[in-house]
Design a protein around this ligand. Structure first.
Ligand code: ATP
Ligand code: MG
Ligand code: MG
Length: 556
């Protein structure tokens, strides 16, 4: 049904094509600034850019928007590519905005010669003050009416490095009384004596976003420049620059930014939390970066399903974080392998089971997918069950294990509790049961009713692991509205570390492989949730992350 699905952007592209306004080949771009890793908000933009190109048989470029000399780093350039590929998208060209500096500069000179740009000596503060406000028109700079010759000379000297940082700027000469403040002679170049990670010392003037971005799009033959709504007010400027020059003119279309409850989608903030040691890095599984989500156990398919479910529009809305988890569960339920893991182990001994006997049961890998096959699960007299699955003195309707109660051990036998042992403090340390040999496989011919089913692990075969149970990072629904330090609203229980978890041996294989971020590394621990092998995991010390619990908090 990919062909029938549409949104206002695709409708716009359809009508541009029908009207012959664009070439047959649709070209888009995804233009991240390589000053941080990508987050799930970027995944929405990536979806819009790449799926638009794919829908029309065109292509999408990955463009590093690296016009700011101080912030960009190679680490992020590599990381961004890795993340886009992981999301399932392949760009046609990898480009760098800074590679266009020379062409941009030449076109800036064209504007200067045409009298459409001038060198201004006002300070940054003065420029701001002269710009006016929404209700008050701007004032013209006293330097606004310099001759084209003088401007050209000054601009060339700016480039040569004759002036210190901040002494002069190049501004477009548009309209200081425009109702749109962006049109009040915006700055095109600033002086900044700083080495650029890619261009070295070649430049000491750097282009501003509005000037640079449209040209980058134009040089690459972009037909539709898709961006978020905060650029809507910049569109007249985007168009103005391109109209003054003999260049290709892309069409900019804006859509709403992704915003999710209990989640902050801003790079700055995570840098801060990292500095304070409150999160472990860009790939902390609580952080909504693509690498954080991947490490947590999110799949690209779940992320894509989420973006499709919330849709693309101009309407701003705050998305319930439960919606993202819903899409994740849908995917994991369909594809993850079922395994048994006991998080808080309690010894269970079957008194009438032969001491040295071991049986291997078949456990289906995934009841949702018959083709997923099965795995072998060892069973013997010494087992572990979940501590909370036993009570000495249970309330009514407790269908799990208690003295005299019979339950089913998943895939194995019915067992009845006959006794238990406690330590000096009264804590239960062991449960004693008998099993019914006639109930092999977990059912009996007499059809008697056994209501509780517990998961379990053979104590003799168990693999010991650490489990990290993650929950949301913020307890506030709208953390972006918080005034003080974000650390104040961090959920103190966002990470619970559980040691001494007992895993069935089929999980040892996963703990050994480098399966993080692929579906082969993701499991449903029966009755517990979805778990994935963490990056810290080693064969000697397996570590699993809780990706998401089993229960939905959001209903479709
Ligand atoms: P941040 O506020 O996190 O720094 P940004 O917009 O400055 O984000 P860029 O690297 O410039 O980050 O973003 C690249 C592209 O991704 C832009 O086109 C931007 O509009 C888009 N994008 C960023 N955040 C979101 C979001 N929350 N929802 C949708 N698109 C987004
Ligand atoms: Mg940006
Ligand atoms: Mg930014």
């Amino acid at each position: 049904d990919a062909d029938t699905r549409t949104n206002f952007i695709w409708e716009a592209v359809d009508s541009d094509l029908a009207a012959g306004k664009v070439p047959d080949r649709i070209v888009t771009r995804f233009p991240p600034e390589p000053n941080a890793y990508l987050h799930i908000g970027h995944a929405k933009a990536i979806y819009v850019d790449f799926e638009t190109a794919r829908r029309y048989g065109g292509y999408c470029n990955l463009r590093m928007d690296d016009t700011n000399p101080l912030k960009e780093e190679q680490e992020f350039i590599d990381g961004i590519q890795e993340d886009v590929l992981w999301l399932g998208y392949q760009w046609a060209n990898l480009t760098f905005a800074s590679d266009y500096f020379e062409r941009m500069y030449e076109l800036a000179e064209e504007l200067v010669k045409k009298g459409l740009a001038y060198v201004d000596d006002l300070s940054a503060d003065e420029i701001r003050e002269y710009r006016g406000t929404l209700t008050e028109p701007g004032r013209e700079s006293p330097y606004r009416n310099r001759s084209a010759e003088e401007n050209l000379d000054l601009f060339r000297r700016m480039r040569k490095g004759e002036f210190p940082d901040g002494e002069r700027v190049l501004r477009a000469k548009i309209d200081m009384s425009s109702g749109n403040i962006n049109m009040r002679d915006p700055v095109m170049y600033r002086i900044q004596h700083a080495a650029h990670y890619r261009q070295g010392d070649a430049w000491c003037i750097y282009p501003m976003y509005d000037w640079a971005h449209g040209l980058e799009d134009s040089f690459e033959g972009i037909t539709h420049s898709l961006c978020t709504l905060e650029f809507e007010d910049h569109r007249p400027l985007y168009d103005w620059f391109l109209e003054q020059l003999p260049v290709h003119r892309p069409r900019q279309i804006e859509f709403s930014r992704l915003q999710i409850t209990n989640t902050l989608l801003s790079k700055r903030f995570y840098v801060r939390l990292m500095k304070d040691g409150l999160i472990s890095g860009w790939d902390d599984p609580r952080v909504p970066t693509i690498r954080g989500l991947r490490r947590r156990g999110y799949t690209p398919e779940a992320i894509k399903a989420f973006v499709e479910m919330i849709g693309i529009s101009k309407a701003h809305s705050i998305i319930d974080s439960g919606q993202l988890e819903y899409c994740l569960r849908e995917d994991l339920n369909r594809r993850s392998l079922r395994r048994m893991a006991v998080l808080k182990p309690l010894k269970l001994t079957i008194s009438n089971y032969p001491e040295d006997q071991v049986e291997w049961f078949d456990g289906e890998n995934n009841p949702e997918d018959p083709e997923a096959g099965s795995r072998k699960i060892p069973f013997c007299r010494d087992l572990y069950i979940e501590e909370e699955d036993f009570m000495v003195d249970p309330p009514k309707k407790f269908f799990r294990l208690a003295p005299g109660n019979e339950i089913r051990l998943k895939h194995a036998y019915y067992v009845t509790c006959t006794d238990y042992r406690t330590d000096d403090s009264g804590r239960v340390t062991e449960v004693i049961c008998t099993y019914d040999p006639e109930s092999r496989g977990g059912w009996s011919e007499d059809g008697r009713r056994v209501r509780g089913t517990s998961h379990w692990v053979s104590a003799r075969h168990a693999v010991e692991a650490e489990v990290r149970n993650y929950s949301e990072l913020f307890s506030e629904e709208r953390p972006w509205e918080h005034d003080g330090d974000f650390a104040e609203i961090m959920n103190p229980d966002s990470l619970e570390i559980v040691q001494g978890v007992k895993l069935e041996p089929a999980l040892a294989e996963a703990a050994r492989g480098e399966k993080n971020g692929s579906i082969e590394g993701i499991f449903q621990f029966l009755r517990q949730g979805y778990y994935t092998v963490d990056l810290d995991s080693t064969p000697e010390a397996p570590v699993f992350n809780r990706t998401v619990g089993l229960k939905d908090t959001w209903a479709k």
